[in-house]
Design a protein around this ligand. Structure first.
Ligand SMILES: CC(C)(COP(=O)(O)OP(=O)(O)OC[C@H]1O[C@@H](n2cnc3c(N)ncnc32)[C@H](O)[C@@H]1OP(=O)(O)O)[C@@H](O)C(=O)NCCC(=O)NCCS
Length: 195
């Protein structure tokens, strides 16, 4: 039996405190993890949505192998504005996946959001990954708020929003109802739903 002597470190860094080599390594990781499929690939636009908050970096022997970031946004649920930790750019390097690293990152992200925000949110197609960590899938409509457009823009149907808030506030049920009073909306400034 061989002993695993690799050093594993999980740290949180603000965008402004990332070094240029760290930014390069994170972006390389994101591009590799999301792949080259036109619908899925990680774009410059995606990166712009992932910065301006806190980055969670998981390193093995000094190499960044998993990442997520949390940026502050204001979501309105049933008309009520909620200070939200929005999770972006969740990825594990392809050769390190299915080893629990994404889970380690998302547990840390969950604690951070619980401590500092009223709500956590993210857009995903990988529901199982998040639901097993306590996230709930929003099954009602969601829109991007725009100060200029007369009509709100409906979010892409392929995109689902997950919420995390424990205990879930009474105003947030998974479907809009008398209790929630309406759909979920996010401001257009960096708040575009993706994935
Ligand atoms: C999704 C992702 C971050 C998961 O990272 P990971 O380090 O492989 O995750 P873990 O090893 O902690 O996964 C634990 C469990 O989550 C579930 N899971 C993992 N990846 C999943 C996926 N893509 N979809 C659904 N469930 C997933 C599985 O149940 C897995 O347990 P198992 O291996 O025993 O079946 C990684 O697959 C990835 O980078 N994918 C490409 C980019 C992406 O899709 N990011 C998320 C978009 S919101």
């Amino acid at each position: 039996m061989t002993e695993d002597t690799r050093s594993v470190r999980l740290r949180r860094v603000g965008t402004d405190d990332l070094t240029a080599p760290e930014v390069e390594a994170i972006r390389r990781l994101l591009v590799a993890a999301f792949g080259s499929d036109d619908e899925e690939r990680f774009t410059e636009d995606d990166w712009q949505h992932a910065i301006g908050g806190q980055h969670f970096l998981l390193e093995i022997d000094g190499d960044i192998v998993a990442h997520a970031s949390v940026v502050e946004r204001e979501l309105h649920v049933g008309g009520r504005p909620l200070r939200t930790g929005y999770v972006e750019a969740v990825a594990t390097a392809p050769d390190c996946q299915r080893a629990g690293l994404g889970t380690m990152v998302m547990r840390e992200v969950g604690s951070y959001i619980r401590e500092r925000f009223e709500l956590g949110a993210l857009g995903t197609g990988s529901h199982r990954f998040y639901e097993r960590l306590g996230w709930l899938t929003w099954r009602g409509p969601s829109y991007v708020r725009s100060p200029t457009a007369r009509a709100r823009r409906r979010t892409r149907t392929a995109t689902s929003l997950c919420f995390r808030h424990r205990p879930a506030p009474r105003s947030i049920s998974r479907r809009p109802s008398a209790a929630s009073g309406g759909p979920a909306t996010c401001g257009s400034g960096g708040g575009r739903w993706r994935r």
